[in-house]
Design a protein around this ligand. Structure first.
Ligand SMILES: NC(=O)c1ccc[n+]([C@@H]2O[C@H](COP(=O)([O-])OP(=O)(O)OC[C@H]3O[C@@H](n4cnc5c(N)ncnc54)[C@H](OP(=O)(O)O)[C@@H]3O)[C@@H](O)[C@H]2O)c1
Length: 249
């Protein structure tokens, strides 16, 4: 098992990419903290699935943008499992809107979840990891993080993910050599985020992907597993694009 005995917090792991990552990490021997903001029953289902397969997991309901809730989540992690080895900053929201319709509160909501959340979680996690002498922080960026790939009609999301990429590379410098910090940039993925797309948007995503497919949550979970494992111990400050060739020019 590639994460035997490791302790991992995965934000936004009640659904989609986070859920697949939680199940994968647990299967590989990690003790997993499953997190959600609102959909507690879905989070409980993930914890049950892990326990039913012989793994260890707890659910912590916490909003990544609320400092007290995040502090409490990491205190509970240490209390229950005794430390922390891997943080996956995965919770994110996508609220596409034409530029002139965007309000300050749309902008705030996106930035608070997609950018402040990873900052708050990384700060709490890094304190624990530095004391333990090692750890990994992994951020769910996006192909929208890449400077040429922001999406018209989705500028707040694109800006938040571009900033998260810079946060990733800069934090890698701040926390070296003890903690490794990397990001993954999923392309259009088969989750609740894409379930609301109309046919035209879905077809365009398929057409623009050289592999003619959306990315599955398990594809991203596999990439997170690699970066969390000791196989990636020489890697920091990198962005691994997992997008079915969507970003190829
Ligand atoms: N799907 C794509 O095409 C795609 C592409 C590139 C990047 N990504 C990124 O991948 C990540 C996961 O996306 P997904 O498609 O798997 O999303 P998803 O299916 O919509 O799931 C989102 C998860 O995040 C949680 N969440 C949302 N806001 C939160 C908050 N403030 N605090 C704590 N948890 C919160 C949700 O919990 P609740 O259910 O309780 O709200 C849920 O568990 C996101 O960062 C997204 O931007 C997705």
């Amino acid at each position: 098992m590639r994460l035997e005995g490791k302790i991992a917090v995965i934000t936004g792991s009640s659904r989609g990419i986070g859920r697949a990552t939680a199940l994968t990490f647990a299967r590989e021997g990690a003790k997993v903290v499953v997190n959600c903001r609102a959909n507690v029953s879905e989070g409980e289902e993930v914890v049950s699935a892990i326990k039913n397969s012989g793994g260890q997991a707890i659910l912590v309901q916490a909003d990544v943008s609320v400092p007290q809730e995040i502090k409490a989540m990491f205190e509970r992690t240490v209390g229950e499992f005794g430390g922390l080895d891997v943080l996956v900053n995965n919770a994110g929201i996508d609220r596409p809107k034409p530029f002139f319709e965007l309000t300050v509160s749309d902008w705030d909501e996106t930035m608070k979840t997609n950018l402040y959340g990873p900052f708050l979680c990384a700060q709490e996690a890094a304190r624990i990891m530095l004391e333990r002498g090692g750890g990994k922080i992994l951020n769910t960026c996006s192909v929208r993080s890449l400077y040429h790939a922001g999406r018209q009609g989705n500028i707040a999301y694109s800006a938040s993910k571009a900033a998260l990429y810079n946060f990733t590379t800069t934090l890698a410098k701040e926390l070296a050599p003890t903690i490794k910090v990397n990001g993954i940039a999923p392309g259009p993925a088969n989750t609740d985020i894409s379930a609301v797309w109309d046919e035209e948007t879905r077809n365009k995503a398929l057409e623009d992907s050289y592999l003619r497919r959306l990315v599955e949550p398990q594809d991203i979970a596999n990439a997170f597993l690699f970066l969390a494992s000791s196989e990636a111990d020489a890697i920091t400050g990198e962005l691994l694009v997992v997008d079915g060739g969507y970003n190829l020019l």
